[in-house]
Write a protein that binds this ligand. Structure first.
Ligand code: F6P
Length: 341
């Protein structure tokens, strides 16, 4: 069988580990051939391909990013996207496709499958917000990077008696904020799921200063104040109407400084959280996803996504997998609240 592989959406540490596992097992165990598609759905839409075999995947296990490149190209942005992809795959002699991506990439894969495309999905996002899997690779790496940053920021905050606001990724879900905030001993953690009260945040900050230590606030990029009129669209959105990284972090630091009369600084971790080498946990999870994805292709179990349930890798229908986002439940947030102030 000739299998096409693509990676779509934001990059994520562990993508190369998936590609390597798919190619190594597919070649060795099933005698498959592979073709790489460049830059997500742009590859099969525009016939942008690259050779993909055991030679190309040598040495990529610890490398961040993706050797295939990525993009947020949506095949359904044009009416004939689905048909073009099917025609191009037929022309290239590609029998099946493995799509590695988040909600958008896999949402498109689900639609293409419904139109008859033989596709298997692999979930990826550093945000860990895909409903059908317990964890996605990339999340552990992002949390470790953010935790290390928080550890470092504690000492500089203390030396200057300042509040430091650390903005982490998480547009719709606060998993990175929650886990890195807990691991790093943050004094306040703010997530998109729970609109925050600025007065309450400032109370926690004053409480922390009274203990002679300096406060660290971890805020997810998608967090919002309960009184939404407090923060303007210009603070939050860029000229494309996308969430502006750094918008909420800087706004919070400015507001805290104004209200407490003490210096505050904002640190935006941004794409550092997605760059560089994956942790051992993410390498193992990504590798297992890759191995099981190529098994699903071998079984011709089309329209499935591999997922982690407990310690097992299972298959779930793509349509179901992309239907629901996994947000931080109130009881998980409440565990962290014990440490606020
Ligand atoms: O992968 C999802 C994510 O990490 C979000 O948390 C963040 O909002 C987004 O990517 C930013 O991606 P980019 O700037 O690459 O479009």
């Amino acid at each position: 069988m000739r299998i096409g592989v693509l990676t779509g959406g934001g990059d994520c540490p562990g993508l190369n580990a998936v590609i390597r596992a798919v190619v190594r097992k597919g070649t060795k165990v099933y005698g498959n051939e592979f073709l790489g598609f460049r830059d997500g759905w742009r590859g099969p839409l525009e016939n942008a391909t690259m050779p993909l075999g055991v030679e190309q995947v040598r040495g990529i296990l610890p490398r961040g990013g993706t050797i295939l490149g990525s993009s947020r190209t949506n095949p359904y942005a044009s009416d004939d996207g689905g048909r073009r992809i099917r025609d191009n795959l037929a022309e290239l002699g590609v029998d099946a496709l493995i799509a590695i991506g988040g909600e958008d990439t896999l949402g498109a894969a689900a639609k293409l499958h419904a139109e008859g495309l033989p596709v298997v999905g692999v979930p990826k996002t550093i945000d860990n917000d895909l409903g059908a899997t317990d964890y996605t690779f990339g999340f552990d790496t992002a949390v470790n990077i953010a935790t290390e940053a928080i550890d470092r920021l504690h000492t500089t905050a203390e030396s200057h008696h300042r509040t430091v606001v650390v903005e982490v990724m998480g547009r719709h879900a606060g998993w990175i904020a929650l886990h890195s905030g807990l691991a790093g001993g943050a004094n306040v953690i703010l997530t998109p799921e729970r609109p925050f009260d600025l007065d309450q945040v400032c109370e926690y900050i004053e409480e922390r200063f009274r203990s002679q230590y300096s406060p660290i606030v971890v805020v997810a990029e998608g967090a919002v104040p309960a009184d939404a009129s407090e923060v303007t669209q210009t603070d939050r959105l860029d000229s494309f109407g996308h969430m502006r990284l750094g918008g909420i972090g800087q706004w919070l630091a400015d507001s805290i400084e104004q209200r407490t009369g003490k210096e505050a600084r904002a640190v935006v971790l941004g794409h550092i959280q997605r760059g560089g080498t994956p942790t051992a946990y993410d390498r193992v999870l990504a590798t297992r996803f890759g191995l099981h994805a190529v098994d699903a292709v071998h079984d011709k179990d089309w329209g499935q996504m591999v997922a982690l349930r407990g310690t097992d890798i299972v298959r779930v229908p793509l349509a179901e997998a992309t239907a629901k986002i996994k947000t931080v439940p109130p009881e998980r947030y409440a565990e962290a609240e014990v440490f606020f102030g």
